[in-house]
Design a protein around this ligand. Structure first.
Ligand SMILES: O=C[C@H](O)COP(=O)(O)O
Length: 256
């Protein structure tokens, strides 16, 4: 199972308004496009704006090495689901990725394991690469965190038989989301390594990447090294220059 390329995703959550999102994406595209490792695919960059900005961000990134994703999707593809957005529409608008099961969706919007499994299946049948978020609520030992995360992954895959070319698992310890600092590097390395090893032979997906999210920013990828396959960033990528430094770190890791 190959682990290249390194994946860098940014979820803008609901922080930037539409106009600020477009300005930010313009800067990120310029930075990403000037990095050979992004242009030749050794480093993948994806941006996940709010639903209302997906179409415009897809237009702004078309023909560039920056991919677009959504922060959520409906578990159904069409019908009487007021306020929902289908994976079918997201794919047709140009999304390549979709986030599933973020801790905020669990905490604030009542998503449970069953809903998350249905959403992962919806992503798979619409050809979207899921960024499945998992993580323990409280600061536990790496072993206990791995157990909990593994259960979350297996439960999320419950409705997927096969045909998932790629799965990105974003290890996001809930206690490190929205914090001042990420989880400590030893903890992240231990959990990510064990999670990846435990899923290496899963027949339902061709390729599994384990990335880290939770107050990630410049410097972290270099510190984590080969234990992770990339980062899932939030606030500390709002400054395009800071995100550019993270892209530079990924390029310097030289995975191919
Ligand atoms: O989706 C991103 C993660 O939840 C991390 O967000 P954060 O870096 O702002 O803590």
């Amino acid at each position: 199972m190959t682990r290249a390329p390194i994946f860098l995703g940014v979820s803008l959550k609901m922080y930037l308004d539409h106009e600020a999102t477009l300005r930010w994406v313009t800067d990120v595209v310029a930075t990403a496009d000037s990095e050979p490792a992004v242009r030749d695919g050794r480093v993948r960059v994806a941006v996940l704006p709010t639903f209302v900005s997906v179409d415009a961000v897809a237009a702004a990134t078309r023909g560039t090495p920056v991919a677009v994703g959504a922060q959520d999707l409906a578990w159904a593809d069409h019908g009487a689901f007021t306020g929902e957005v289908s994976g079918r529409d997201l794919a047709s608008l140009g999304c390549r990725y979709v986030e599933v099961g973020h801790a905020e969706r669990r905490q604030l919007f009542g998503e449970d394991d069953k809903i998350i499994a249905s959403k992962l299946a919806a992503a798979a049948r619409n050809g979207l690469i899921p960024i499945l978020c998992v993580g323990e609520q409280d600061h536990l030992s790496p072993e206990r965190a791995v157990d909990l995360c593994r259960q979350q992954v297996l439960s999320a895959l419950a409705e997927v038989d096969s045909g998932l070319d790629e799965l990105i698992i974003a290890y996001e310890p809930v206690w490190a989301i929205g914090a001042e600092q990420p989880a400590d590097a030893d903890h992240v390395r231990a959990v990510c390594r064990q999670l990846r090893a435990g899923l290496a032979d899963d027949h339902r997906t061709e390729q599994v990447r384990v990335i880290y999210g939770g107050s990630a920013g410049p410097g972290l990828l270099t510190e984590l090294g080969d234990a992770v396959d990339g980062l899932f960033l939030g606030r500390f990528a709002h400054d395009p220059e800071a995100f550019g430094r993270v892209i530079g770190e990924a390029a310097a890791m030289g995975r191919s």
